[in-house]
Structures are given as structure tokens and as C-alpha cells.
Write a protein that binds this ligand. Structure first.
Ligand code: DC
Length: 238
């Protein structure tokens, strides 16, 4: 059992801090699981999808032509993304403006996958994500975390769930935020994003060879959390 001891005389155990990579299809509950894990382990949480969404928002607001490599490279130099903990949770800031609600709208969901296929965008964001994980003790969710961002992560989870269940979850989330939409439009968007995300040339969404597959269609958020916490505790005991 590897346990680091905080102080010679207190005998308070300090658990080994690891990197937890969570990947999977759109609206599989990745962020629900990642947030709950980070909270219960006192780890940092990074939602990498929010970073791709923030870049997409910047491109849309500034009419950046995503087919023009030079325009994309130039625009990236003017983008700063960070996260802040607020009363209502972890919020995404784009150039110091809170864009948390705006990046979750269908306008962004419809453009984010094409933007995520651009290698310059990926290199720009992956470098920042790797820096965030330097000190470990982090839960990161996305599409390429276990394969590209942290190929050596100690624990990799690949989440999946039934398409209608995923659609209902995203539909309920949009409705709860006062963004009523149509069930079929949400479903079309999820399937289209899964298709683009899984088939792009640069870092496609795929299950890492050493990732553990969890289908959470019939799991409650707390059952899902308990399952993964048990896996984390196994690492702490190694
Ligand atoms: O997790 P999300 O649905 O908010 O992600 C939005 C999009 O961002 C997703 O459709 C693909 C892209 N993405 C990515 O390419 N790589 C990541 N690590 C995270 C998200």
C-alpha cells in the first residue's frame, strides 16, 4: 500500500493523487460524473468540451472563416479561456467574460464539432489541458483525454448510454435553462456530433485500449459515482 504521510507525527494519510480521464459520446453524463468525482475526491475538474465551445463562440462572434488556416491561427492568439468557481458552479470565461450559458446553446452545439476538427484548435487547447494536469489530482472530461491529452492517466473511463436516454437528458437540460427545443433536433445534433467527433482525422473519439467501458443507461448518477469511486480507491491502495 503506497501512502504518503503528511507529517512525521500526525500520521494523517495523504492519498495518492491521480489523473482521471473521462471520454465518451455527447450527453452521456460525463460532466455529471466528473463533477461529482472531483467534489468527493477534492480534485480539480476540467470540462474540455467547454473550451472547444468557447473557441467556437469566439469564431462565430468574430466571423472567423474556419476554412482559412491563417485566420484561425490569428484568432487563436486573441483567445484566453479560464474557469472560475461561482455560486452557481464552475463557469467558463472567454477573454474575461462569463460565457457559461451562451456556450451551451444550440447555436454553439451546431458548430462546435466542425471547429473541433481543426488541428490548430486542438493543439492550442490540448497544450493548456496538459498544463492543468501537471500536478495531478484532476478529473478531465472530453473526447480525447485518455488517448491524446493524458495517455498515461491512471484511470480512464469511457462512458456510453442509449441514444434516446442521452437525448432526453440534453433536452431536459436545455429546457431547465429556459431554452425550449425539439426532441428530434436535439437527437439529430447528438448523432451528428458523434459522427463528426468519431470520424475526424485528428484525435478522433475512441475508447483507449486501457479505458474501462461503462454504459450508464440504467445507472443513477450516485450509482455511477459509487462504481467509479471504488475504482479510484483501488488505485489509492496500490
Ligand atoms: O462535451 P461537449 O458536448 O460539451 O463537447 C462539445 C464538442 O467539443 C464535442 O462535440 C466535440 C468537442 N470536443 C473535442 O473534440 N474534444 C474534447 N476533448 C472535448 C470536446
Amino acid at each position: 500500500m503506497v501512502r504518503l504521510w503528511k507529517g512525521l507525527f500526525t500520521f494523517e494519510p495523504v492519498m495518492k493523487r491521480i489523473i482521471i480521464a473521462i471520454d465518451g459520446y455527447s450527453s452521456c453524463g460525463k460532466s455529471t460524473l466528473a463533477k461529482a468525482l472531483a467534489k468527493s475526491l477534492h480534485y480539480a475538474y476540467v470540462d474540455t468540451g467547454a473550451m472547444y465551445r468557447a473557441v467556437t463562440l469566439y469564431f462565430l462572434n468574430n466571423n472567423v472563416d474556419i476554412n482559412n488556416r491563417e485566420a484561425v491561427k490569428d484568432a487563436l492568439q486573441h483567445i484566453e479561456i479560464h474557469f472560475e468557481r461561482t455560486k452557481t458552479g464552475n463557469h467558463t470565461f472567454l477573454n474575461d467574460v462569463d460565457v457559461e450559458n451562451e456556450i451551451r446553446t444550440m447555436r454553439i452545439s451546431e458548430m462546435v464539432s466542425p471547429v473541433s476538427t481543426i488541428s490548430e484548435v486542438r493543439r492550442f487547447l490540448v497544450a493548456q489541458q496538459q498544463k492543468m494536469g501537471k500536478r495531478k489530482g484532476i478529473v478531465m472530461d472530453g473526447r480525447d483525454i485518455g488517448t491524446v491529452v493524458f495517455p498515461n492517466a491512471e484511470l480512464k473511463i469511457f462512458l456510453t448510454a442509449d441514444t434516446n436516454i442521452r437525448t432526453q437528458r440534453r433536452f431536459d437540460e436545455l429546457a431547465s435553462k429556459g431554452q425550449p427545443t425539439d426532441f428530434e433536433a436535439v437527437k439529430r445534433n447528438l448523432l451528428e456530433r458523434d459522427m463528426i467527433d468519431s470520424n475526424r482525422a485528428d484525435s478522433p473519439l475512441r475508447q483507449a485500449d486501457d479505458a474501462i467501458l461503462i454504459d450508464n443507461s440504467d445507472l443513477t448518477p450516485s450509482e455511477q459515482l459509487e462504481k467509479v469511486l471504488n475504482m479510484v480507491h483501488e488505485f489509492e491502495m496500490v
